[in-house]
Design a protein around this ligand. Structure first.
Ligand SMILES: [Zn+2]
Length: 414
């Protein structure tokens, strides 16, 4: 930021005063018609830092429906908060192996950082979650599109849904998918009850994205990490884990086995994103900007409610979650929220700066281009995205309408 303001003020000394621009939070300010000319100053960044948005309560039916849906989604990570069950869950985890792996990685990072005179990128706890994710994906949980035939282990074909048995219902299955063996001489049926209870999933150890994220999120809690469940309006879910070492929330997608690649969905998968909202046991935050750095290119229309209403709804959820907390704890969390809003704001500024530099080649006297410090991550996301496309058929259809966490279906009854 300081670098950016320095450069922009340098430009201003030789330019007429900047035009006044008023940006909305997600509106792409650089999607303007005419390119910036050399003799014009970049837009005023101060308008971005002080968005004049006052939260306002939702009043129209659509906004109220969205509020109720978010309120209900926000309860997802609360279901993991059961100390007794978390202790029990931890017994399923090869903790020695994970600790050894985490110690090794954090020692390597420490040594690398020391040789460069820098702080290591990740701390021990971060490395432990990364090791947990690796074990979970490689050895513990299975991805299921169509379940195997129980009788002959052949592939099956979907024949719709069926009623849950008493046992399935007791374990919380609201829906059971039914499949028939593809071998005509066998013809056996295979049931796929869709569980959402993370502790039940510890036993079944299979599912699609909703099951993966729910079970892994609970195990992160069992390892004492702070976890967020991130709902995305384009039918995907993932997690964020708080890194006490990096002092920020870190993207973690267990289905992909990726850590801190927030640009994976937009720039990697070329997916347009509307809303990405993170919920934890102690808060809620609109984190869309972390995942959609270039709203002009990858942003989707946010029409579920006016932006001031969304602010109000998230404030409401935060205050519910923090209602019974000691004052000091609330204060600490508010500080964390402020830091995160600055972080999210900076992504927008960085994207604008990179875009402006593209529009003004050779604008700087030394001929150097200002480059997006996050560009390497974008490149990594693109590469991961390409791998993803190759791997996609075996990994299941992410647009699958049977996703148990498809909030449009579950929450709005569609
Ligand atoms: Zn069969």
């Amino acid at each position: 930021m300081t670098e950016l303001s320095r450069r922009s003020s340098q430009r201003r000394t030789t330019s007429p005063p900047p035009h006044s621009h008023h940006y909305h939070s997600m509106a792409p300010p650089y999607a303007r018609e005419e390119p910036i000319l050399q003799d014009q100053a970049p837009p005023s960044y101060s308008s971005l830092r002080n968005l004049p948005m006052i939260p306002s309560p939702p009043t129209d039916a659509r906004s109220i429906r969205f509020r109720n849906m978010l309120l209900s989604l926000s309860a997802t990570p609360l279901s993991w908060e059961n100390p007794g069950l978390l202790d029990e869950a931890l017994r399923m985890v090869p903790i020695d192996r994970i600790q050894t792996e985490a110690e090794e990685e954090s020692m390597i990072l420490q040594a690398e950082a020391e040789s460069l005179g820098k702080k290591p990128e990740w701390g021990y706890q971060d490395c432990a979650i990364k090791a947990l994710m690796k074990w979970f994906k490689q050895s513990f949980f299975t991805w299921v599109n169509n379940p195997q035939c129980d009788a002959c282990f052949c592939p099956t074909i979907s024949v719709g849904t069926t009623a849950a048995t008493d046992d399935e219902a007791a374990r919380g299955a609201t829906r059971v998918e039914l499949y028939r063996c593809s071998q005509p001489e066998c013809g056996a049926f295979a049931r796929f009850p869709r569980y959402s209870d993370a502790f039940v999933l510890l036993q079944t150890r299979r599912g699609r994205v909703g099951e993966w994220v729910s079970c892994f999120g609970m195990l992160c809690r069992a390892m004492n990490a702070r976890v967020r469940w991130v709902w995305n309006s384009e039918d995907h879910v993932w997690l964020e884990v708080y890194s006490a070492h990096a002092k920020r929330w870190v993207h973690a997608d267990v289905c992909e086995g990726v850590w801190d690649r927030p640009r994976l969905y937009a720039e990697g998968w070329r997916r347009k994103l509307g809303y990405c909202i993170a919920f934890s046991a102690d808060g809620a935050m609109d984190v869309t900007r972390r995942y959609c750095r270039n709203p002009a290119k990858y942003g989707k229309e946010r029409a579920r409610t006016p932006e001031p209403c969304l602010l109000h709804i998230l404030n409401e959820i935060r205050s519910i979650r923090r209602r019974d907390m000691p004052k000091q704890e609330k204060f600490r969390l508010e500080g964390e929220d402020i830091r995160e809003r600055k972080e999210l704001q900076a992504y927008v500024v960085m994207a604008i700066a990179a875009e402006i530099c593209k529009l003004m080649p050779g604008a700087r006297a030394d001929g150097a281009q200002w480059s997006d410090p996050d560009a390497q991550k974008a490149e990594e996301a693109r590469q991961t995205g390409e791998t993803q496309y190759v791997r996609a058929p075996g990994q299941g259809n992410r647009q699958n309408p049977h996703n148990p966490h498809n909030p449009r279906r579950d929450q709005e009854g569609r």
